[in-house]
Design a protein around this ligand. Structure first.
Ligand code: NAP
Length: 345
């Protein structure tokens, strides 16, 4: 009799324009026939997924858009995202059973995957495997290249970071502190603000939801103005930051999480400040800087081992909680990097 293996999967149900809901995904039991094998001649390898990453950009893949930098999810198929996985069987000579890899995989117990430009073997096992989805993975790399390559930081610069307790934001703030900057974070709750100030070393932090006037709040924290705004949210905070930038300020446009589900995205009113203050505002994608990944990896690993960077991770256990964890990104449920623990090696 043909051997069949159960494979629980989180299936993407269909495209949406509104904010994502848990019901946009469903848990199903798929089956792999022929046992846990990578088909001969496929050039692929079969992995057991250990950790999966929830990232805001994935919301964009729930829209039926062919013009984005990354293709949409396929309705009826598992959600795709970054994961840390163990190779079970391989038809690729570069990967062998037992290897641990980080890269794109499926939201399921077992996936058949191929090499991509963001797939890498994890050789060092002296940091927790899940950290390769955050501190030492795509969000950490985003913080690193966004701050160092886009913000042109100088010692003593004043820096504002939004979504500051999130995966990218909490690392940007700490990299800025290591660079000798004055750093203020905005976040969605007093618990997050407390962590930023008392655990991560931010100079100041505030709850943006409790500020009736963001311009006034920024004037309070930056009486001399802002040199660098690391923007993770867009919308009202970007507008208020523009009003408070100093001459020759830099704005790194990393993300616009406040706009992800708006069918009619909010306009920005204060762009005239870019002229009067000679501001440089630049969007970027971490994937354009992959040549810097080894430098980032070595430097941030070193910082972490020396206790210079504190990493915050928010873990849910079990694929059955994956959709709730993902949806929670858009209400600020996560504190630090949101990961899903699927299985142990
Ligand atoms: N350019 C790139 O290459 C690149 C790469 C990775 C990530 N990104 C972007 O970077 C940003 C941060 O990503 P991340 O992985 O670090 O996510 P994250 O910050 O860990 O999670 C999202 C956070 O955004 C905040 N948020 C949600 N809705 C909001 C709203 N309407 N207004 C203001 N804040 C809101 C929430 O925190 P609060 O409780 O503080 O509201 C939530 O915890 C995202 O925009 C993402 O798309 C860009």
């Amino acid at each position: 009799m043909e051997q069949q293996v159960e494979n629980r999967q989180v299936i993407f149900k269909g495209f949406i324009e509104r904010a994502p809901r848990e019901t946009d995904m469903e848990l199903k039991v798929g089956r792999i026939s022929g046992g846990l094998k990578a088909p001969a001649g496929s050039g692929a390898f079969l992995v057991k997924n250990l950790y999966l990453s929830c990232d805001p950009y994935m919301r964009g893949r729930m829209r039926d858009s062919r013009t984005s930098y990354i293709p949409p999810f396929v309705p009826g198929q598992p959600i795709e995202g970054f994961g840390v996985s163990k190779v079970i069987d391989s038809d690729d000579p570069d990967f062998k059973p037992g290897d641990i890899v980080a890269g794109f995989t499926g939201w399921e117990e077992y996936s058949l995957i191929r090499k991509t430009n963001q797939l890498r073997k994890i050789e060092q096992h002296d940091v927790p495997l899940s950290y390769h989805l955050g501190l030492l993975g795509m969000p950490g790399f985003t913080a690193y290249v966004g701050f160092h390559e886009i913000c042109s930081p100088k010692k003593g610069d004043t820096v504002l970071v939004s979504a500051a307790s999130g995966a990218v934001g909490h690392l940007v703030g700490q990299l800025a502190k290591l660079h000798g900057c004055y750093v203020v974070g905005s976040a969605g709750s007093s618990q997050k603000v407390d962590l930023l100030k008392n655990k991560l070393g931010f100079d100041e932090a505030f709850v943006y939801k409790e500020e009736p006037d963001l311009d006034a709040a920024l004037k309070r924290y930056f009486p001399q103005g802002i040199d660098i705004y690391f923007d993770n949210v867009g919308g009202d905070m970007l507008d208020a930051a523009l009003l408070n930038m100093r001459v020759s300020g830099r704005i790194a446009v990393c993300g616009m999480v406040s706009q992800h589900s708006q069918t009619d995205p909010q306009g920005i009113h204060n762009l005239f400040n870019m002229i009067t203050k000679r501001i440089r505002m630049q969007g970027f994608l971490q994937s354009d800087y992959l040549h810097l990944f080894p430098l980032f990896f070595n430097q941030v690993t070193e910082y972490y081992k020396q206790g210079k960077i504190t990493y915050m991770e928010d873990t849910v256990r079990g694929l059955e909680h994956a959709s709730a964890a993902f949806v929670g990104l858009f209400s600020g449920r996560n504190v630090g990097k949101q990961v899903i623990h699927v299985a142990s090696p």
